[in-house]
Design a protein around this ligand. Structure first.
Ligand code: SF4
Length: 182
C-alpha cells in the first residue's frame, strides 16, 4: 500500500500474538471445580454484586472441552483426584489454573490421609488464592493476574515441548505425600 493511499486514514499496527492474547485474556471460560464452601464464594464472585463478567470471565462451562481456566474451589478428596485430573487433561491448550482457598492450595486445616494436600502436586497451578474462604475480590485479583500472564505469552510457549516443560516445572516435586509417611 503506498503512502498516498494511507494519507488521511487512521490505522494501527500490532503483532498477531498480541491480538490473540488480547482476545484470550478478555474471554476466559472458567471450569469450576467447586467441592466445598469456596465454591459458594466463587458463585458470589460470578453474581451481580461482584460481577466477574466485567473481566470477561463469566462464561462458566461444565464441559472441559470449552474451558481454558480451571478454578479449583474447595478441598479435594483423594477419591476425587482422578476426576479433577481427567477434567484438566480434557481441557484444550492453552489453559490456566487457579487454586482457590487454603484447602485447594495446601489441604487447609484438613491434614488427613483422605484429602489432597495441595492440588499443585497433581496439576500445574498458575495462581494461588489464600484464605478460608477467600473473598470474591481475591478471586477477581487472581483472574486479573491470569490475564496479565496471558498478555505476555508468545506462540513459542505454546509449542508442545514447552508446554510439557512448563507444566512439569509447576507441579510440586516434594519428597513424599503426607499419606505415604503415616
Ligand atoms: S478453604 Fe475454607 S472455605 Fe474454602 S473449602 Fe476449605 S474450609 Fe471451605
Amino acid at each position: 500500500m503506498s503512502g498516498d493511499m494511507l494519507q488521511g486514514k487512521s490505522f494501527t499496527t500490532t503483532r498477531v500474538d498480541k491480538l490473540v492474547n488480547w482476545a484470550r485474556k478478555n474471554s476466559l471460560w472458567p471450569m469450576p471445580f467447586g467441592t466445598a464452601c469456596c465454591g459458594i464464594e466463587l458463585m458470589a464472585t460470578l453474581a451481580s454484586r461482584f460481577d466477574l463478567a466485567r473481566f470477561g470471565a463469566e462464561a462458566i462451562r461444565f464441559t472441559p472441552r470449552q474451558c481454558d481456566l480451571m478454578i479449583v474451589a474447595g478441598r479435594v478428596a483423594i477419591k476425587e483426584l482422578p476426576i479433577l485430573k481427567r477434567i484438566w487433561d480434557q481441557m484444550p491448550e492453552p489453559k490456566w489454573c487457579i487454586s482457590m482457598g487454603a484447602c485447594a492450595c495446601s489441604g487447609g486445616v484438613f491434614d488427613t490421609y483422605t484429602l489432597v494436600q495441595g492440588v499443585d502436586r497433581f496439576i500445574p497451578v498458575d495462581v494461588y488464592i489464600p484464605g478460608c474462604p477467600p473473598r470474591p475480590e481475591a478471586v477477581i485479583d487472581a483472574v486479573i493476574k491470569i490475564q496479565k500472564m496471558i498478555e505476555t505469552e508468545s506462540w513459542e510457549q505454546h509449542k508442545a515441548e514447552n508446554i510439557e516443560r512448563l507444566r512439569k516445572e509447576k507441579i510440586y516435586q516434594g519428597p513424599n505425600f503426607p499419606w505415604e509417611t503415616r
